[in-house]
Design a protein around this ligand. Sequence first.
Ligand code: GLA
Length: 343
Amino acid sequence: MDRAAFRVFAPGRVNLIGDHVDYVGGLVLPMAVDLGTTIDVMPAAAGRAGVVGLRSDSESDPAEILLPVRDPGSHPIEWARYPAAVLAEMGTTAGFSGEIVSTLPIGAGLSSSASLEVATALAVGFRGDTLPLAQLCQRAEHRATGVPSGIMDQLAITSGVEGSALLIDCRDHSVEPVPLPRGTVVHAVHCGVSRRLEGSEYADRRRSCELAEQTLGPLRDATNSELGAISNPMIRRRARHVISEISRVSAAVEATRRDDAAEFGNLMNRSHVSLRDDFEVSIPELDQLVDQLQRTPGVFGARLTGAGFGGCVVVLADDSVDPGAIGGWRLKPSAGARVVVAG
Ligand code: GLA
């Protein structure tokens, strides 16, 4: 039986602090944002019961995905690999058509791909809890790209809370809403370079963390004083980033509880230095933009956000500052993925 038409929405996310720690079970502080992916879902046209047909306003080529999907990573249209991987994970056999409208910049580090995955799962009919939805989409991301990404993006997108950032413990997957310091706003500003080399570099960084854990045990529980046990200086620096970044996330949550925007901003600035020097995932364009934004009046802190190697800088600023002085997108902490118009 054909389903009636319905509409789903999945936000993007920006990470305020806590990068490259989710895949070791660390703490992260992202927020779902008011930009995202909408899909209008319509029944399959006559004779097309075994096909998912998708059009997107941000892509020139429409995509046809034949069901059942076995190898989503080989779909000839690159953007279609994300929805195809969700269809593969869900074992979808009933076709439909979807019109996609995205307000997220693509490849900017605001999780446009995870947003598309989660919206697709809702379009197919997933109606379970936020964690299984996020885990399904994380598996889909791995199948679509081969990149061994963590759970942060998908879990932030499924669990968003209006007006709050989210403290996510990536070990037990608990999610706690954390309001931003009073009187502050968040911007994301693009450095002009799309993320590059992310796949291989990301897997390489993850591997370095695994090597560090062979010596120290779980990095989530390790302390700075143990770092001397790692003989390879590069692996030691990677581990130092992870250990210090997790403690900065805890400190940032404490700072928000005191409405201490200045301290929150300092922690963001120190996070950037650690990602640049110890984890080595920045690029000169990001460093220059961070430097310029940190010197802009009314800015408390600025750092690269997400995987690095391009994309956006996230900024915490005084809400009385002229948005034009900072630029980019002014982002509101928003609710998570949802069915907007039921069928
Ligand atoms: C990407 C991944 C996330 C996370 C960030 C870095 O966005 O998808 O899982 O690892 O990089 O914090």
